[in-house]
Design a protein around this ligand. Sequence first.
Ligand SMILES: Nc1nc2c(ncn2[C@@H]2O[C@H](COP(=O)(O)OP(=O)(O)OP(=O)(O)O)[C@@H](O)[C@H]2O)c(=O)[nH]1
Ligand SMILES: [Mg+2]
Length: 333
Amino acid sequence: MNDFSKPVPANLITGFLGVGKTTAILNLLRTRPAGSRWAVIVNEYGEVGIDGAILRDAADGTLDIREVEGGCVCCTSAEEFNFTLAQVLEHVRPERLLIETTGVGHPARIIEDLRRPNIARFVDLRATVCVVSPSDFNCPPLAESPVFRDQMELADVLVLNKADTADADTKTKFMKWGRELFPPKLHVAVIERGTLDPAWLDLGADPTRQAIFPEAHADHNHASPKLLAFPTPGRPVRKESPSACGWIFSPGDVFDEDRLMALFAGTPGISRLKGVFHLKEDWVIVNRTGAETVTWATSHRRDSRVEVFARDIPGGWLVFEHRLVECLQDRPG
Ligand SMILES: Nc1nc2c(ncn2[C@@H]2O[C@H](COP(=O)(O)OP(=O)(O)OP(=O)(O)O)[C@@H](O)[C@H]2O)c(=O)[nH]1
Ligand SMILES: [Mg+2]
């Protein structure tokens, strides 16, 4: 039973793009006690949220999923985040709140906000879990970047996910490095497929952890206002942000799977791609990080949507949009 007199236990799940944050949350949702009411707030970098669709597949009457899209809470979405948080606390009253931060964002602002006395009365911020991927850990420009270092700095629990893609040396190096950090982490682990131990969530947050680069940002100035447009058949709505672009297609638009996969495989420069697509036989999630693509069926039926991260997309986003439209089964004349 919910005890409304107590602050809601909450955790932040942080980490770079595509490291397995949503996968870890899905795993945690599977472990929750039967009947226990949980809420998840996902803060996505792009204007087109995909994680909400992924998480909603796990939803039943006791799970509430909210999306804060269009930028990270550290810059443009702070107000929207606070509004969403207030709604969840007031109307959902969960027994546990999980917050997934954007893969390009800095978690300092959100932690600071949650610790403000007016919010801390309602939210009991527990361990912040930072998920790291072996490829990021082994990439010095990334691992030394201010946002990455602060994600590590602010974490209470540090995990190396995707153990299946790490050699023994990387795992040993990660464990040694994680255990030598100061202030010490409450737990350091190597995991696979986001299998976080739910007990780690209740390790208390250390409020003395401070960001070293609180002003650091990845390159994300979300100057564009939110678009209020609706797609029509064959004509998607495009929402662009620096180094990423998202599209929403009309729910009746049906994609040819082979053409779609060929487009994604044949477009150089894509660093991350997430989408939900209406195919002839089914609706599917496509989740790609680097060269690895995972596809699975989903119950999402609202619309097809995709978010693509790329530094230099050949020909630009409009050309890519044209190619996406060419993947439709009945292409517009
Ligand atoms: N090989 C491998 N892939 C994994 C593992 N865990 C997750 N993945 C895959 O990595 C991809 C990204 O996982 P997500 O959970 O969406 O990552 P994320 O951190 O939430 O991504 P963003 O929200 O876009 O930053 C998906 O295709 C997952 O299936 C793992 O342990 N090993
Ligand atoms: Mg995610």
